[in-house]
Design a protein around this ligand. Sequence first.
Ligand SMILES: N[C@@H](CCC(=O)N[C@@H](CS)C(=O)NCC(=O)O)C(=O)O
Length: 204
Amino acid sequence: MQGSIELYGALTGNCIRAAIALDEAGIPYTVKRVNLAAGEQQSEQHRILNAFGKVPVLVEYRNGGTFVLTQSNAIMLFAAERSRNKLTPADPVARARVYERFFYFVTDVIAVSHGAFRLEQLGASAQASHINELAKASLIEAERFLESTAFMAGDMFSLADIAAFTIARAFNRNIQWADHPALMRWFQAVALRPGVAHGLKAFE
Ligand SMILES: N[C@@H](CCC(=O)N[C@@H](CS)C(=O)NCC(=O)O)C(=O)O
């Protein structure tokens, strides 16, 4: 059973991935903006939802109860399960492939890039740029996933494409797109999807 859903977040990759997953899954939600610069994520009110003081947070109001879910990737999986195969295929083998590729982008590209971001914040610019190059190289290597299929994990758009798209967007200006025609074609096609376009704007 589905209740009304709120998505707390800000204009960050983690929040945008969660928003795109809900949009592509066709799950309606209300955006609740959290001003990170003003420290709203640390407020008592927000910490009731997420004691770690982070976004995104999904809140679903059901008959007399409230379901709170943190972690962008858990929110994406929640959207996939609710959507009845809009973001993951029904076939278990094809679904396993989606998870393989989804976690490739989450752990080998996005998490590495977040590490670089933290190093940059600490003033370790040279190390940050080295780690960021590793993340970018893993993203570019993923072009091989597109050799024989339209999307990152097969012929259907999936969780893997959402994870790949948001980080590709972050690297957009540093990618020599002309050298990666399959990646460019995929990136342009994903950007044109209404669900993706809507999710990208959710926190603007
Ligand atoms: N692994 C968590 C990371 C959550 C996270 O670090 N969120 C950032 C925004 S992308 C945040 O809330 N930053 C504010 C802060 O740390 O004060 C997820 O994927 O949801």
